[in-house]
Design a protein around this ligand. Structure first.
Ligand code: ATP
Ligand code: MG
Length: 585
């Protein structure tokens, strides 16, 4: 049996499946062990000649065997359905539980844990747990019942012979326990190696364009070979124990059978004991039936160590507490005023503050630019507004309320966000744009958003228009098209606050102007933040916040910053120069 806080409930939830499965298994075990007795009787009646005089002996035997076959067929079907079914059900339940927990985990969790490693939990580890609840239960029941019934029957036939054969069997049990411990460690190491392999493969396929562009196929291949070899070695280290256990058990069992024949013949010929050839056949047959339970205990120990190691790994995921939780909640509507109040922020594992003493206010309805060189902390700043990370109390206020006290889902629902990496799903263009909505969205609304973000004309040119599948299974969009579909997705939501993180960097200045002017009319009266490192994106906005190395080095509009901000003047000069060079090309 496997226990743990995440699996205990399954014993009650699936009680009836376990119950009927186990009963069917015991019935099958019981009837299966009647067969040696019947064979023993037939052999004895051949030996003493009675079978030739009395036809009913054979007829009864045949009838019994026929009946047992039917019972075993029905019983086997029932236990297979119930017990293997429980394994599959538990696997599905745990997968659901893991997925819904994974969805709750914070953004920072996914920055630390790689996708490949997570996938290994969902595949390899869950399969091991399923196998334990399926095969494992069968092994345990067979070990107990098949073993016990066979032993009792052997005991009745000849107790001394039974005791002698039991001594090595106990030895096998002890050895299995000892090896089981070792195997648990080896299995955990093996799963970790699989995790690395899965990680490497996943990352490699995701980054295939970089690998090809840098002609790194050969290097990647040898790196893969190394990781694959490591995986192989760790599998072999585990298998070695597994093999030793299996081979040792088979060897010992066969030795015992040879001994049984010798001992049995001695009993028949050399003593006056009542032990017939039929008894010997039945005895060896019973002992043969013991072979499986004895093997099963070895395999059960092995399977249990694997399942335990996997359950520990899965529990680690389920135990991971979401970093972002609602504390003391002040529920309210978010209108769009944003205030940063001496905010300093550093990432969990970093030593240095990424944002330092940030203070500014954005009033409802303002269109604000956050300008700064690459790495100056712009994305970090807007991520904090979405409460992807926790911040000190009262350092960010939305409508004068501490962001840490607002329900984080409410915060995120009130914000339309166009992330810098523009991730789109492998789904239709239409579904990607309508992502914020669960129910039906009017086609007109979708087309309107796509038109405002200047991507409608591109979409209608695709063979399937808005029904075109994007991504891995379909059309690959250009960087600029991706950006504009992402903008359309956020525009459709049309929330009180909109954040565009470098969202027009991949479009030309003409398209940029068009989108900006659309935004200006659409977002009238609502707060909009445009993050950019390009002056052209922010110069006409109500307010520009200039960031440099995590600090605010200027706040104002284009005019005031041009007048007295050195960094702004420098950026304008460089970018004008750049634009001139480009236009001369
Ligand atoms: P860009 O214009 O290139 O998008 P940015 O202004 O948006 O740059 P950020 O992404 O906010 O810059 O990064 C600011 C700093 O924070 C960088 O030095 C970066 O290395 C660091 N940083 C970003 N994300 C993390 C993270 N998850 N953990 C640790 N450091 C991070
Ligand atoms: Mg950024």
């Amino acid at each position: 049996m496997l226990f743990g806080k995440y699996v205990n409930k399954f014993y009650t939830k699936y009680f009836w499946f376990f119950f009927f499965g186990v009963i069917a298994l015991i019935v099958v075990d019981y009837f299966q062990l009647l067969i040696p007795e019947i064979f023993g009787n037939i052999i004895d009646s051949v030996d003493n000649g009675s079978i030739f005089n009395d036809k009913s002996i054979l007829n009864t035997a045949i009838t019994w065997i026929g009946a047992i076959a039917v019972i075993m067929f029905t019983g086997r079907f029932t236990w297979r359905y119930c017990i293997f079914g429980v394994g599959v059900r538990i696997e599905a339940d745990m997968r659901d539980m893991m997925f819904s927990h994974s969805e709750k985990l914070s953004y920072s969790y996914y920055k630390k844990h790689k996708t490949g490693a997570l996938m290994a939990l969902y595949t390899n580890d869950l399969q091991t747990i399923r196998a334990f609840f399926g095969q494992g239960t069968i092994m345990l029941i067979d070990f107990i019942f098949l073993g016990a019934i066979a032993l009792v029957k052997m005991f009745i036939l000849n107790w001394a012979l039974t005791l002698i054969t039991l001594i090595p069997a106990v030895g096998i049990g002890v050895a299995s326990l000892f090896l089981g411990q070792k195997m648990e460690n080896k299995f955990a190491i093996r799963q970790k190696a699989y995790e690395d392999l899965s990680d490497f493969t996943q990352e490699n396929f995701t980054g295939i364009s970089v690998i090809k562009a840098f002609v790194k196929e050969e290097e990647e291949k040898s790196a893969f070979t190394q990781i694959n070899k490591d995986n192989y070695n760790k599998n072999m280290a585990f298998l070695r124990y597994y093999m030793i256990l299996n081979v040792a058990i088979t060897l010992i069992l066969n030795l015992i059978i040879s001994f049984l024949f010798a001992g049995g013949v001695y009993l028949i010929k050399g003593t006056t004991l009542d032990f017939s050839i039929g008894d010997l056949t039945a005895f060896v047959s019973y002992f043969n039936s013991l072979t499986w339970p004895m093997m099963a205990i070895g395999q059960l120990i092995n399977l249990r160590s694997q399942a335990k190691a996997s359950l520990i790994r899965v529990s680690e995921l389920l135990d991971e507490a979401p970093e972002i939780v609602d504390n003391e909640i002040v529920d309210s509507q978010i209108e769009g005023k944003i205030e940063f109040n001496h905010l300093s922020f550093k990432y969990n594992d970093a030593d240095e503050d990424i944002l330092k003493d940030i203070t500014f206010t954005i009033n409802k309805g303002q269109m604000v630019g956050i300008l700064g060189k690459t790495g100056s902390g712009k994305s970090t700043l807007v991520d904090l507004l979405l409460r992807l990370y926790n911040v000190p109390n009262n350092s960010i206020l939305l409508d004068d309320k501490d962001i840490m006290k607002l329900p984080y889902k409410k915060v995120r629902e009130s914000i339309g966000y166009v992330p810098q990496d523009n991730f789109l799903f492998s789904d239709t263009v239409r579904n990607n744009i309508a992502f914020a909505f669960d129910g039906d969205v009017d086609d007109k609304e979708i087309i309107k958003s796509a038109t405002l973000s200047d991507v409608h004309d591109n979409i209608v040119e695709f063979q399937h228009g808005y029904q075109t599948i994007l991504g891995e299974r379909g059309v690959t969009l250009s960087g600029g098209q991706k950006q504009r579909v992402s903008i359309a997705r956020a525009l459709l939501k049309n929330p009180p606050i909109m954040i565009f993180d470098d969202s027009v960097s991949a479009v030309d200045t003409k398209t940029e102007e068009k989108i900006l002017s659309n935004l200006k009319s659409l977002r009238k009266g609502k707060t909009t933040i445009m993050v950019s490192h390009r002056i052209s994106t922010v110069k006409d906005l109500d307010l520009i916040i200039l960031l440099d190395e995590g600090k605010i080095v200027g706040i104002g509009n284009n005019e005031s910053l041009l007048k007295d901000n050195k960094l702004y003047q420098e950026m304008v000069r460089l970018q004008t120069l750049e634009a001139e060079v480009n236009s001369n090309d």
